[in-house]
Design a protein around this ligand. Sequence first.
Ligand code: XIL
Length: 297
Amino acid sequence: KDGLAQWAKRHGKYWGVAVDQGILQKPGWATFIAREFNQVTPENSMKWTETEPHKDQFKFDAADYVVDFAGKNNMKIRGHALVWHKQLPSYVTDIKDRKVLTEAIQSHIAKVVGRWKGQIQVWDVVNEIFEQDGSLRDSVFSRVLGEDFVRIAFEAAHKADPEAKLYINDFNLDDPNAPKTKAMIEKVAKWRQEGYPISGIGSQSHIAPGGGHRHAAALKALSAVVPEVAVTELDIPNAPTEDYVAVVKGCLALENCVSLTSWGADDKVSWMPGKNALLFDANFKPKKAYEAIMSTP
Ligand code: XIL
């Protein structure tokens, strides 16, 4: 290991990357990724549409490829994402009945989490469940089950792999005073008190230039109500050095901030093409922000 992986290890943390089979099979990429990162998030291959496109018909090949790659290259895995309103098949979005939806969530999670029991360090159990104003997002899950789907999902994941850390993950948790950040803190504190097996909050961290310091303050606020937090999908348009360093320092300042994940290996394969938001340019070349991170003590 070298680069970000080595740097993270020195600080007792992980630096991850979102990838899938297609990227890992491009010539040269697997070597680059195995060298720079010590954690991986399957970018799409563990989502509901990919793993259970039709009821009770499971497909694991693409995700297995990433799990094998991680195993061979000494990388931890963040499983992503079990219950999300996007990349969700229509047989699920069409469900109207409480019992049917509860059973669909439970059986999906039992199968997907069970598949790699003991191999996945962390799961994003629910993803993007809040609106900007802090209310619960309107989705099939909240419409049919109200807030209960959160408990159902966490309990199912815990049952399927009691060792895995279980996260609630969201975007725009980048300002400590935003209603959404406050709602996350309040709800997670309450849910944990009620016994939901929530280990951590994931802050996606698709942040805007200039937002680095606010982000660090928000992460600190989030970290107060959970055993751990993670920066799960980091990218910042134009990769400003100051913001990248602020985010990194924000995590370093927290004993319980366990990992940072770049949402993509380089600008060529970023989900936001042309935004120049990652730490490597389109030719694996590290940017200024990368060098600045590496020289952060
Ligand atoms: C994105 C992937 O990067 C894209 O390849 C895909 O087309 C759409 O999803 N929040 C999340 C991630 O939690 O799963 C999303 O990933 C980016 C936003």
